[in-house]
Ligand binder design. Structure first.
Ligand code: PRP
Length: 181
């Protein structure tokens, strides 16, 4: 479907399921080569990454652990800086290669918080994979190891990404239509 309505908004087809699968396949291909011999744990960031993680991990042939976590907004440090707290991460990461799986990286604030906290668990290394990267909005200097698509700074929905909680189950990714006045 080239055009959909979710709640009160209209969206145009942006990335087809075929294009997405092709990119997911090529990320998996690279990971299978580059992470061979590593003691890998993949950690998907819920909710958005569930679809990307499921499709990607079906194509991973490494012996690897898989886990998921959530992040929540939380004012938690003594300095008073807003930090997103990690929820549900119970695995021992010591000595492991952690590969974080994100659906989208926008400003980079979330991935900065995740990386900072994951490093506290003393893994050997941490790598980051995201299906989508909003290059223009990205403010961090953290290197993203695997990127599916660089996209403009526009609202997208589908393939794990939501609008008001809806649309995560869509196979394609849709972009919010610009309103012309
Ligand atoms: C999205 C995405 C990242 C974050 C990126 O999660 O999954 O975690 O936003 O934004 P940033 O780079 O500007 O920090 P969201 O908070 O929408 O939660 P969800 O995955 O449950 O939809």
């Amino acid at each position: 479907m080239p055009h959909i309505v979710i709640a009160d908004k209209e969206f145009q087809l942006y990335l087809s399921a075929e294009k997405i699968q092709h990119q997911v396949e090529s990320i998996a291909y690279r990971m299978n080569r580059e992470l061979k011999g590593h003691n890998v744990i993949f950690i998907g960031v819920l909710n958005g990454a569930f679809m990307f993680a499921a499709d990607l991990l079906k194509r991973i042939h490494l012996e690897a652990q898989i886990s998921f976590m959530k992040v929540s907004s939380y004012c938690g440090t003594s300095s008073g800086i807003q930090v997103k707290r990690l929820i549900g991460l119970n695995e021992d990461l010591k000595g492991k290669t952690v590969v974080i799986l994100e659906d989208i990286i926008d400003t980079g604030k979330t991935i900065e918080d995740i990386l900072f906290q994951i490093k506290g668990f003393r893994p050997t290394e941490v790598q980051i994979a995201t299906l989508l990267l909003k290059k223009e909005a990205y403010k961090s200097n953290i290197n993203i190891d695997y990127t599916g698509f660089e996209i403009p700074d526009r609202f997208v929905v589908g393939y794990g990404l939501d609008y008001m909680g809806y649309g995560r189950n869509l196979r394609n990714i849709y972009m919010l239509e610009e309103v012309h006045s």
